[in-house]
Design a protein around this ligand. Structure first.
Ligand code: HEM
Length: 298
């Protein structure tokens, strides 16, 4: 129970559930845009598109709030992950949030950066003057605390996956706002590039989710459980490399097949479109006046 209720699990749960709603909203909006392009079930597709877009906006706000909470919990429990996510090499108070940083090839210092002043301290500690520990200081500290080794994760990967998670999500939010604006007063989302872009909307949360996950898993390296178990120590000596390879290949093939089937079923369901309303269906299937009340039935 303690594992399930520890604050990283709670913060992450609160982050990934609205992220799933964000994805669902984008999916509904994308499919509705496709129906509008094909001029099929437009009367149903219009409110459905709005529902998807509003879901995206509301869930993004929740993703943002929970992401902010996650950032603080993460900085407290895994300070190296936040330092790597920000390419912050030396400990600072009032640390800036980097919009773009180029570092040296060995990843030990920045060469060029564009920053938002004090933003990182605010994000990580809730205070613009808060102290955020840097990669080089943490590396030196961990060498003393845990013994010789490399305690720095892949900085470019952590840096870009963190930014792109937020960036693709933010792009989805902007698009949802723009689409709702264009659909105000009952209008349709129109435009040579706009509707195709709206159909591609589900890819944005897909990318944001994948990058969030990549960030979470790679940013904690070399630890499986921060400060307790290294990933290298999690390797089971009694399982041969060949067995691991066979299991990996087996699972990849199995999930690949399932993905193809699922994708095919989704596309087929979208192409079939929504089921007609009951009176309409009865009329098409049996003919006659479905408006008249039913007087007798056996
Ligand atoms: C809006 C600003 C955002 C902030 C501040 C933020 C913050 C974070 C942080 C700090 C983590 C790492 C948690 C940890 O390693 O302990 C994380 C992970 C994650 N984020 Fe975000 N995020 C944001 C937007 C998004 C968006 C838009 C999505 C997807 C639609 C998303 C999906 C994820 C996912 C799937 C994870 C991985 C969770 C896990 O595997 O444990 N995030 N986010």
């Amino acid at each position: 129970m303690k594992v399930l209720t520890q604050n990283t699990a709670l913060a992450t749960f609160g982050h990934t559930i609205p992220a799933a709603f964000f994805t669902g909203g984008a999916f509904i909006a994308g499919v509705s845009a496709w129906l509008i392009v094909k001029n099929r079930d437009v009367e149903m597709a219009k409110p459905a598109a709005k529902l998807g877009l509003v879901t995206m906006i509301v869930s993004f706000l929740l993703v943002f709030v929970s992401g902010d909470i996650s950032s603080r919990v993460m900085t407290n429990q895994q300070p190296m992950k936040m330092a790597a996510a920000e390419a912050l090499y030396t400990t600072q108070s009032g640390a800036p949030f980097s919009l773009f940083t180029v570092g040296t090839l060995d990843g030990s210092r920045p060469v060029f950066s564009i920053d938002l002043p004090s933003m990182l301290s605010l994000l990580s500690t809730g205070n613009t003057k808060g102290v955020v520990q840097g990669v080089n200081d943490l590396e030196a500290k961990y060498k003393v605390q845990y013994g010789p080794g490399n305690y720095t994760p892949n900085i470019p990967l952590a840096y870009w996956s963190f930014r792109l998670m937020i960036g693709f999500g933010g792009l989805g939010l902007l698009f949802a706002l723009l689409a709702l604006w264009r659909m105000r007063k009952g209008g349709l989302p129109k435009g040579r590039w706009f509707l195709p872009a709206m159909i591609s909307l589900p890819f944005l949360p897909l990318l944001a989710n994948s990058l969030g996950w990549i960030f979470t898993e790679t940013g904690r390296q070399p630890w499986a459980v921060f400060g307790l178990i290294k990933t290298a120590d999690g390797v089971s000596p009694s399982v041969a490399a060949g067995n691991v390879a066979i299991t990996m290949i087996g699972f990849t093939i199995l999930y690949g097949i399932l993905a193809v089937i699922e994708f095919g079923l989704i596309i087929r369901t979208i192409k079939v479109g929504p089921a007609p309303d009951e009176p309409q269906r009865l009329e098409t299937e049996f003919g006659g006046d479905t408006e008249r009340p039913l007087t007798m039935a056996y």
